[in-house]
Design a protein around this ligand. Sequence first.
Ligand code: C5P
Length: 228
Amino acid sequence: MSAPPNPLVVALDTSDLDAAVALAEAVSGQVGMVKIGLELFTAAGPSSVSRLAERAPVFLDLKLHDIPTTAGRAARNAGRLGAAMLTVHALGGPEMVRAAVDGAAEGAGEAGITPPEVVAVTVLSSLAEAAGASPASLAFEAVTAGARGAVVSGDDVKVVREALGQDPILVVPGIRPSGARSNDHARVLTPVEAMEAGADRLVVGRPITESTDPAAAAGAILEEIGWR
Ligand code: C5P
């Protein structure tokens, strides 16, 4: 069995591509992926993916959610860019998830590159119940429709892992190293709590990006979970 990949994903939440590139350079030896979210993508566009992919694998967090045809076409465009992972919203439904998975594979095929792993964002338990679905059922549906895994909150990772089994990738944002501020998250998990609950990937933004030494902050998180 191959060793698990470095689980740490750094969210480069900035509108300034040069700042994002500098951050990616600072942490590239320490992290598994860098995440481009809506802020950076809407500021710097598709070329942000190729620039950052030179430094580290890119998690393209576009959270696609539209009719299947539109989401599929957007995923096809995204699939050409060279990202390692792409997000869609599980609430878009299985048909949309399938269209996005197929679109991403098609785009990557056209570019002659490996397709991004498509992971489906579930929603917090409280919101999911209002929408008539649990995070576990949303994640299960998305994986059945071809998604490689799901993005789940700290509150939900354990139950989703139990529902999905070991194979799907579970990505967990809202992680705070012990002692760090929670910022705007209602509930945070420490890196150890998230890994023990079944996370494969930990998304961490400000505790790393706002640190005076981002590489050391990333290294301290890996040390906390005993990853080497
Ligand atoms: O700075 P911080 O660690 O709070 O950054 C969290 C990152 O995770 C942000 O990029 C945000 O978009 C993402 N996130 C998410 N889903 C959530 C909470 C945060 O994708 N439920």
